[in-house]
Design a protein around this ligand. Sequence first.
Ligand code: ADP
Ligand code: MG
Length: 695
Amino acid sequence: MASFLDTKIEFLKGVGPTRAKLLQEELAIFTYEDLLHYYPFRYENRSEFHQIKDISETDSFVQIKGTLQSFGLKGQARKQRLSAQFVDSTGQIELVWFTGASWMMKKLRQGVAYVVYGKPSVFNGQYSISHPEIEIVTPSNEQTSNSYHPVYSTTEKLKKRYLDSKAIAKLVKALLQSPSFQIQENLDPHLLHSNELIGLKSALTWVHYPNDQEQLDKALKRLKFNELFFIQIKIFQEKSERKEKHQGIVFKNSHLVNQFYTDHIPFDLTDAQKRVIKEIYTDLQSGYQMNRLMQGDVGSGKTITAFICMLIAISSGYQTSIMAPTEILATQHYHGLSEFSKQLGLNTALITGSTKKSQKRTNLEQLQSGELDIVVGTHALIEDNVAFRNLGLAVIDEQHRFGVAQRAKLWQKNKNHYPHVLVMTATPIPRTLAMTLYGDLEISTIDQLPQGRKPIKTTHLTDSNRSKLFGFIRRQIEENRQIYIVYPLIEESEKLDYKDLMDGYESITRAFPNQQISIVHGKMKAADKEFEMRRFVEHKTQIMVATTVIEVGVNVPNASVMVIENAERFGLSQLHQLRGRVGRGADQSYCILMSGSKISKEARERIKCMVDTTDGFRIAEKDLELRGPGDLMGTQQSGVLDLKIADITNDGQLLKQAREQARTILEKNPSLDQYPILKIHLNTHKRQLLWSNIS
Ligand code: ADP
Ligand code: MG
């Protein structure tokens, strides 16, 4: 039975086929339910009339009642505007329309009383309101209403069809007042009670038409809770399903770990590394399939930690893989790991997009026959033709560059069992975000840097200090250190960016005629990049000029200076990643952020944050605060954080509450028999595809 909410929007009074099509295309509103969930983005407070004489610049919106004295077109033909003089008993104000003037001209009536609502602005001491809302005074708007009026975002196309905010508000009202309007509650009364939530029907009514702030707050709380709660329910349900369905391979041996640890490891592990290895080892013996996120700041030593975990799998006769987001990084892992694995008599291969065909064929054969113990690679690893004999542990480095779907794809690589999955990220994730984004993953944190690391000294220089910068670089090179100089590369202005990069490269070659200089950027062939990278790694070059292709993971301990050009154009997490390329040895390292002198307030805050702290978690929190979660780590694109109304930055407390509630419900009563209303809701709403289901 199609319910009221499933009714096509076309059938709502005042919509019809043409507008329905527009609403679908522009706002993805297909049904009554979609319209109901199309929330206002702000509210107008119509609880008072302002007097014109009291209007000041600080008023964001004013409502006035008065008379239209005169109106007419002003200005030159092309820039013509409609200007109207509006008066009340206390003064006069100008109303202006820059577009739609002729249409408004026909509508306005001189000498008639109107209610006007809009945002006042002041120019040369004269107040005006452009594009105000204007309505002839009627008995219904003559009195101030106590209520908030909803404002909806809309598009130019919709406005052309007279579907402006007001029209949408009318449609919503029609819906709410429809005699057959009903909402199926989806939380049981005791859940509402214990979480101090109002009913769904009131919430959906009040979010559009609250009488006051209190009603609005209650409505928002309920709707946000719903959104967060159902995500968490899904996460926990899938997690336990996966535990039941996918038994984990149990690794019984670990002799290679012992051998590596006693004979080959080049340094002592930090306590944090040891703890994380233990956490992972416990998972690997638990009989459940592991899905764990290992987070640790740049330079905290994730690679070797992962390698030791891989040895656990190999000790028991299984294969392992490590997947990295770029060829450079994959190659570097390959070189690093093959050194260790040779000592242990293990076979390692590299598979990337530019692996030669014949080589790749051999690799694939050996992978299938089980000859290879470790395969390192890029996305190429998840191609369909890559098959393992028995993949036991899949490691993914720098998670945020991989789509969640790709992670899922790796799981299919083993026919009998899902392999254990270890995801590594250097972008510390604020807890609130981790709970939502990685709710299906356990989290291990390496919260300690290897001994003897000195915090990187960070300074901000403006372009006028360039000679100072060059002097500093020169002295560092004299001390045998190596230097990175990084330029931004933003796709929209790619051409200009390359020009910047090449100009920069030239000026560096001129300033340092006796030094060898590498250059790496995205347009180079992989082999050339690789060649230049290696020259830098082997200290054949002193300076590396690059775009952000070197951002992630690259490890050259002798490099001690990171210069970031146009630092104002980088995001915080990117800056932190880049800075993490230095400070990897025992020497004092430096990060120098270059920028023009005129930069935006946010850019200044980002740079200040970098200068103030090297703590990745604090930086991540700040990033979240400045940008909001949508942008973070490409989550928008992966669709994981499709939140309509809740906001991870500000609703952390509610998220916690929702998560706790979801967890306790499912723990105490997995069948949900004690929550019949919730149960019906979950059963009738077909489960949306969640990432871990993609495979
Ligand atoms: P990240 O966590 O950023 O991936 P890496 O794994 O690349 O860091 O490690 C950074 C550097 O620190 C490497 O040169 C690595 O060999 C070294 N390293 C890792 N663990 C330790 C340790 N416990 N003591 C000293 N150096 C270490
Ligand atoms: Mg790394």
